[in-house]
Ligand binder design. Sequence first.
Ligand SMILES: [Fe+2]
Length: 375
Amino acid sequence: MQLDTISVSRGGVNVSWDNGVQHFFSAFWLRDHCDDPASQDPNTRQRLVDTFAIAPDITVSNAVLDNQSRCIELHWNDDTRNTISVAQLQRAVFSERESSASEHHYWSAARVLESLPEIPYNDVLASEQGTLQWLELIERYGFALLSDTDASEQGTKALGERISPAQRTIFGAYWPLSADLSEHEDSAYTTQTLLPHTDGTYYHNAAGLQMFNCLEFDGTGGESVLVDGFAIANEMKEQCPEHFDTLCSVSVPGQYLEPGVHLYAERPVIRLNSRGELQQVSFNNYDRAPMHRNEDALDAFYQAYAEFNRRSIDQANWLKIPLRTGMALIFDNWRCMHGRMGYSGTRTFYGCYHNRADYESRLRTLRQTSGQQAL
Ligand SMILES: [Fe+2]
């Protein structure tokens, strides 16, 4: 979006963009967001201006656009001047919507994926461009498969480090996952079928991404299951909005217990951002902790929760992926639920989590360096 014209109005500045959209910026807001070196650190973009010392009655007496530097010189009513860049205005009004601007492809029984998003392991390791392609697949589809992986612990770490250091939890930073391991008494460390769920409902900062690299598989069954939680949420919003609203408003607690550990957190099954867009799905009936409400609220909750579960366990909404040695799967744990078919034999994965903010940061900076997006 490029700036078209500016004009001083009501003591602030009116800006017209070349797509016809207009924004009014008050003088107080403009002074608070000036990005000349005295107002904002040029490297870290940390604020230097003292917001709380800005005169409440500040006004703009003149505003001059310098087309060469792409900055607006602002003349204040006390005869001082500062500048704000057009980029700063763009960031304020457009960049916060960057996540919704990128196209998400939701999938379910109603919108079946024609092919699975997949990228060769070596492409991700070989270049920043390959890593960007990988993360964009995850952003778009909620998951991505990797082929021809280095099926080792080191190979898993090398892949995970392409995003950021892993998110350390009680399971460690990188962890083996196998029924032979009795280190944690969690249902994940068994051979039984695991119904779709998200991980970390008992953490305030549930992992943003989860990754499994299949080191060994010698048996039958054990397919990984994925369900697009955002697709289910969107379909519920359309088809049963009262249940959708209930799931957005009732906080559901999750907990994890083992000797010396008692993790507990709570949030609604569906969390929206400040613009009303889907931000996170949290659904793990295995780990749900006790909660109570009045009778009507509980009735509404159980009905809405059961409807979400019905769609979650509907195999028409599932992707079943047989992960075999040399394949890895990474998925958005804030969007997709995952599960596993029961199996017999030996199945060893090596996995990790990534913090949501670290993943988003990597995606932003990769886009910036590839010239896709001006930050
Ligand atoms: Fe899990």
